[in-house]
Design a protein around this ligand. Sequence first.
Ligand SMILES: [Zn+2]
Ligand SMILES: [Zn+2]
Length: 85
Amino acid sequence: MLLLFLLSLAFLSLGILTELERRHEDVQPTGGSCPACNRPAEAEWLLCPHCRTLLKETCGSCGRQVSAWHSFCPDCGRQRCAEER
Ligand SMILES: [Zn+2]
Ligand SMILES: [Zn+2]
């Protein structure tokens, strides 16, 4: 009876481990797509390698690098508005 209990415990922990591994895969950086050419681009890239569009801009308020597909600065909430350019 104890063996059965241990066996089920082992199966349970195995299930939790595989679940954690699956979640870890989900965390992999997916980035986004280039706003100009819509091709996939990694979030940490500064320029799109396909069309050389700037993917990151420096926030005029706090100086943080903001991805081009973010409409707001994640740090200070300042909107990246087009009228500045
Ligand atoms: Zn592009
Ligand atoms: Zn900011």
